[in-house]
Write a protein that binds this ligand. Structure first.
Ligand code: 6CS
Length: 344
């Protein structure tokens, strides 16, 4: 049924009178005003300006072309040229990228992660993984600290006992929340609000900007910062399309992606603050807590063995990616002074 609906939208798009000139179709996994939307809109403006209007970028917000899985499929089939592909969903196609979902691996400081995600060795490795699955990796960036929103308070892993907790659809997320004793429930983004409202699920996890714009704070009572992860997304392109572009267009894309790497850090940072204030103002009774070091340590201890589960799922290349991320975060954090080597 969903496939039919998507086919229908694609047919409509095909029939719609298209303006003259080159068109690049860019799908995002979030709604208007989100971090991904602000990225895509800036990308669109810069392409337009720097090609003197020869290229138009059409941005499709979440829902226009289906779920994250549908978007990746369309990118693969060249119905789209560019798309955001978050590891939380893309892990089904590229198991190794689930490393970004491991808890207490990235820093709790988005600025450190922003530096780590620029690491050339890490990016080159991701490049190879995406290419093998018929996608071109363009970049990875953080969208902000993740918070849990739940109906009941959570301060210890035991508080998760039996909790039906919504996660994105990558398999590793099941292991991550099972380790806390929860009953993880994978669902597409579009079904989270109704799932909480109808009490099919008791909690979910997302960055604050998303909790605000998807109104998850309306249907949960506790917002908890466990310091366990930042939401990381990746931008990918269809490889045949990318290779078919003249070299100056490819350079233009590289240039814009490079500029946006800095800009998007500022965007997510401002949104995280503004939207938390908006939640406080609209729902003053919402209990907002940041877990302290001791509380985090209890979750960290449960999360540690999930790394082995990840390696089982993602194999030796998964282990390698994990090492590259660890090394990049250490270097970005300034605690890895001078030594660039990472064990093979
Ligand atoms: O929870 C999700 O499924 C979604 N969350 C965000 C912040 N972006 C895209 C992703 O699909």
């Amino acid at each position: 049924m969903k496939r039919l609906a998507i086919l229908f939208v694609l047919l409509l798009l095909g029939c719609e009178a298209q303006p003259e000139g080159e068109i690049w179709r860019f799908a995002i996994e979030e709604t208007s005003g989100s971090v991904q939307d602000q990225y895509a809109q800036r990308f669109r403006e810069m392409v337009h300006e720097r090609t003197n209007g020869e290229v138009r970028v059409i941005v499709y917000p979440y829902g226009a072309l289906g779920t994250s899985d549908h978007i990746t499929e369309q990118l693969h089939n060249a119905t789209l040229e560019l798309a955001m592909s978050s590891p939380g969903h893309l892990g089904k196609l590229i198991p190794e990228v689930q490393a970004f979902l491991l808890h207490y691996l990235l820093s709790d400081d988005p600025e450190v992660n922003a530096r780590a995600l620029r690491d050339p060795a890490l990016r080159a490795f991701l490049d190879g993984l995406y290419a093998e699955k018929g996608l071109s990796f363009l970049t990875a960036f953080g969208e902000g600290r993740m918070a849990w929103t739940t109906r009941e308070p959570v301060r210890r892993p035991e508080d998760f006992d039996g909790m039906r907790f919504r996660v994105m659809t990558s398999p590793l997320l099941l292991a991550s929340y099972e380790a806390y004793g929860a009953s993880p429930t994978p669902l597409p983004y579009s079904e989270v609000y109704s799932g909480l409202q109808l009490r099919m699920i008791d909690g979910q996890v997302n960055p604050v900007f998303a909790i605000e714009e998807m109104s998850f704070y309306e249907v949960t009572d506790h917002l908890i910062f466990p310091g366990h992860a930042e939401f990381v997304t990746t931008l990918a392109a269809n490889p045949d399309w990318l290779e078919s572009l003249p070299s100056e267009r490819r350079r233009l894309i590289e240039d814009i992606v490079d500029t946006l790497q800095t800009e998007i850090y500022e965007v997510q940072s401002a949104l995280a603050e503004e939207r938390l204030e908006a939640i406080r103002a609209r729902r003053p009774e919402m209990q907002i807590v940041t877990l302290d070091a001791e509380e985090r340590a209890a979750f960290r201890a449960r999360a540690e063995p999930v790394r082995e589960r990840y390696v089982e799922l993602a194999g030796p290349r998964g282990r390698r990616l994990l090492q590259l991320i660890e090394a990049a975060v250490r270097r970005a954090d300034g605690a890895f002074a001078g030594d660039d080597s990472v064990a093979q």
